[in-house]
Design a binder for this molecule. Structure first.
Ligand SMILES: Nc1ncnc2c1ncn2[C@@H]1O[C@H](COP(=O)(O)OP(=O)(O)OP(=O)(O)O)[C@@H](O)[C@H]1O
Length: 314
């Protein structure tokens, strides 16, 4: 009798009832978090500062232990089957930590050796080329700017061609050029079948790149949906304008103000007209007025301001 081959794992990453408590129970960073990331997905993990994103990623990468629950990468338990789970994962961490004695190419060769990958020269060349590092191959790590170091960090994470790529705020404080280079390359790898997990505070990046998004708040999963569904769920119109004037209290209470930029939600056209009339009446001079659809930032703020859902309510 012929045996059928083992079936491919249905999830690239599976979080099952993951909790994490720090400092002998004083900080509950994660509370019973469960969700799957499907093979080949470009997945976003969002949440405000302190929501638990880095804690979840540290557990995923085997860098810290969950207080409860279980995480698998392509079916490998990150605790019990650490080596296989770690090999399946390429982690681009938030912090820039390097051995300062090596040059860029040596750093990547050492990392290849760490994963037992031999004759990796051609792939290292491709990484250097695609991340705009080709002319820095011989530069010592100490001589690189912060942005260049971040590129090396990405190359280092990809050196063993991991099927699952995890990017923890890869574009924090980096320039537009690196963002574009990085996203073009990561999007290519995703098209070729790599699963990508991204955490970012740049919501327009998440909206543009991620097929599905999970949101954490206070260590709990509060949203898990296709990006298009999240956006469609908020059938809202946003009135956006700039002003130097103070808003009347009734409008100020519902507005989101960023410097001179004011954004106010409207549910339908009549409400837009009413808002404009209120502004005219209060003699608030406006510039660059536009009426647009709510974006992921609006959805994110709505979800973060809503009361926490009941457990298992997603
Ligand atoms: N090593 C630690 N010891 C104690 N508390 C910690 C530790 N690491 C994180 N925390 C706490 O756990 C909670 C979640 O932190 P975490 O870094 O996972 O959040 P985050 O969503 O990644 O935040 P950010 O967006 O600021 O990076 C916070 O309250 C944080 O202060």
């Amino acid at each position: 009798m012929t045996q059928s081959p083992p079936s491919a794992p249905s999830a690239a990453v599976r979080f099952e009832h993951v909790s994490k408590t720090y400092r002998s129970g004083q900080v509950q960073a994660l509370q019973d978090v469960s969700f799957d990331i499907r093979p080949g997905e470009f997945f976003g993990l969002l949440g405000p500062n302190g929501a638990g994103k880095t804690s979840l990623i540290s557990i995923l990468a085997g860098l810290s232990q969950p207080s409860a629950g279980r995480v698998t990468v392509l079916g490998h338990d990150v605790q019990r089957d650490y080596a296989a789970a770690r090999r399946a994962l390429g982690l681009v961490p938030q912090e820039l930590v390097f051995d300062p004695f090596f040059n860029v190419r040596e750093t990547l060769e050492i990392q290849s050796g760490y994963f037992g990958v031999k004759n990796n020269g051609a792939w290292i060349d491709e990484l250097l080329e695609n991340l705009g590092l080709a002319d820095k191959a011989k530069a010592n790590m100490r001589q690189l700017s912060g942005g260049m170091k971040r590129r090396v960090l990405v190359a280092q994470a990809l050196v063993h061609r991991p099927p699952v790529i995890v990017l923890d705020e890869p574009t924090a404080g980096v320039d537009v050029e690196l963002r574009q280079t990085l996203w073009a390359f990561i999007a290519r790898l995703n098209k070729e079948g790599h699963t990508v997990l991204l955490t970012t505070h740049y919501l327009e990046e998440a909206e543009a790149l991620c097929q599905r998004i999970a949101m954490l708040k206070g260590g709990r999963l509060v949203a898990l949906k296709a990006t298009s569904e999240l956006l469609a769920g908020t059938a809202q119109t946003m009135l956006r304008f700039k002003t130097d004037a103070a808003l009347p209290p009734a409008l100020a209470a519902q507005a989101r103000v960023t410097g001179r930029l004011v954004q106010i939600k409207a549910h339908h056209a009549t409400e837009v007209e009413q808002l404009l009339a209120q502004l005219r009446q209060a003699q608030v001079g406006v510039e660059d007025l536009e009426i647009g659809r709510a974006d992921l930032e609006d959805v994110f703020l709505d979800i973060m301001q809503a009361p926490a859902p009941a457990q298992g309510g997603l």
